[in-house]
Ligand binder design. Structure first.
Ligand SMILES: Cc1ncc(COP(=O)(O)O)c(C=O)c1O
Length: 435
């Protein structure tokens, strides 16, 4: 087992209170199935699939073997002007899982890169079809689209934007859909708020559709604290985008690969966007990889109408990396063989029931859920309450995810009902321990 270095100073940890962490580190040294092992030898249940990515659970044999074998077979292959079979096979299999008519996959290394890639494809496509004035990008308040400049420009989390200058020009934001006064303790999609999609009409009226390239939203917003789309909201957004020739991008970095019990959230909600981003569950978090899946008409048009032999001046050294592709293929095989998306779907009602049992616990102002995702929103305390809950949960053997004072849960799909009960029992104790 790896031991803890004496000096923790050099590693600048992302999205982490470095000073606090280094005083009292939460150090994980191994993982198997539903559990991490901490460096003090405790079993910590993973209630968050790592960071929403380890959908099949940890240390899965097929994935482990595929990665190990790939290192010896083909460790790297240039991604520009050369290819290797596994990247093509993975693209085929992803296309098979994603909505009909979306059969082209551009590989990236992360969700952030997928988002920036999707925005660039949208802009380049509009230009290719002679709509070069369509340059504005529309995101949403409270949206999280990763940390690239494109992603934080269309994103709507204030802290992720406020330190970083003027961002990209020409972005607008739809209002967020969170409304506790009307929708608290909703099960699944909330009843109220579909009309908020009509705000897109206001933005169109302000700028004219001829200046707008794309709208990007998370079909279910995860990182902001789990916000489900109000019933009918995504359908309305789709209608308005279609009416004005605006591309609709679903950021499915969290939702793709089974999180809602279907291959994609597009499937789950029955709404087909023009472009879908993904990452995380694509390789079960084992090797970094993301993808952008585009509608056939976008790819075909860009390839046919390109004004130079290369139709898209964009890509990464590690696009379609052989080891990531091997991990991706083994991950999809694991999902298929074990019926894990169906399992997530089957567990969803049990999950919903168990989670909502915490309704009357101390400081709980909302509980919400969809698929194998849940959130407990606590009476706000500027993030302190959420942080304390995370630390206390870790002491009591759970790894949970927090955003401000919202606790988010997204366990691996291999979770057993008894483990769901265990999460709720522990969380009850945690909520009663913290202020
Ligand atoms: C919807 C969404 N988009 C983009 C990202 C960024 O992904 P990454 O951290 O892999 O860059 C995330 C990460 O949580 C996400 O939830």
């Amino acid at each position: 087992m790896t031991t803890r270095p004496n000096n923790l100073d050099s590693y600048w940890m992302p999205f982490t209170a470095n000073k606090q962490f280094k005083k009292d580190p939460r150090m994980l040294v191994s993982a198997d199935g539903m559990y991490y092992t901490s460096d003090d030898g405790r079993q910590i249940m993973d209630t968050a699939a790592g960071l929403w990515c380890v959908n099949a659970g940890h240390n899965r044999p097929k994935i482990r073997e595929a990665v190990a074998n790939q290192v010896g077979e083909l460790d790297y292959c240039p991604s520009f002007q050369f290819g290797h079979p596994k990247a093509f096979e993975l693209a085929n299999q992803v296309a098979e899982l994603f909505p009909e008519g979306m059969n082209h996959v551009f590989f990236t290394n992360s969700g952030s890169e997928s988002v920036d890639t999707a925005l660039k494809i949208a802009l380049a496509y509009q230009r290719t079809i002679g709509q070069g004035t369509r340059t504005r990008l529309i995101g949403r308040e409270r949206g999280y689209h990763g940390t690239g400049f494109g992603g934080i420009t269309v994103g709507g989390l204030v802290k992720n934007r406020m330190y970083f200058g003027s961002l990209l020009t020409g972005a607008d934001h739809l209002p967020h859909t969170h409304n506790l006064a009307k929708n608290a303790f909703s099960k699944g999609c909330p009843e109220h708020g579909a009309e908020l999609a009509n705000e897109l009409e206001t933005i169109v009226a302000l700028h004219d559709a001829s200046n707008i390239a794309a709208v990007i939203v998370e079909p279910m917003a995860g990182s902001t604290g789990v916000l489900m789309p109000p019933k009918g909201y995504l359908q309305k957004l789709r209608e308005i985008c279609t009416k004005y020739g605006i591309l609709l991008i679903f950021d499915e970095v969290i939702t793709a690969f089974g999180r809602l019990g279907t291959a994609t959230a597009s499937d789950y909600f029955g709404v087909k966007p023009d472009i879908i981003t993904c990452a995380k569950g694509l390789t079960n978090g084992v090797v970094p990889m993301g993808g952008v899946v585009v509608a056939d008409y976008i790819y075909d048009t860009m390839v046919e109408k390109a004004d130079s032999p290369i139709e898209l001046f964009h890509g990464y050294t590690y696009s379609g990396h052989p080891i990531a592709a091997a991990a991706g293929l083994a991950t999809l095989e694991t999902y298929r063989e074990e019926g894990l998306f169906e399992r997530a779907n089957d567990l969803a009602p049990y999950w919903e029931h168990a989670l909502h049992q915490l309704k009357d616990e101390k400081n709980v102002i909302d509980i919400r859920n969809i698929g194998l995702v849940g959130a407990i929103e606590l009476e706000p305390m500027a993030g302190k309450r959420g942080y304390d809950a995370m630390v206390e949960a870790y002491k009591q053997g759970l790894m949970i995810r927090v955003t401000g004072d919202i606790l988010a849960f997204s366990p691996p799909f291999i979770i057993e009902k008894g483990e769901i009960d265990q999460i709720m029992d522990t969380m009850r104790r945690v909520l009663n321990t913290i202020d």
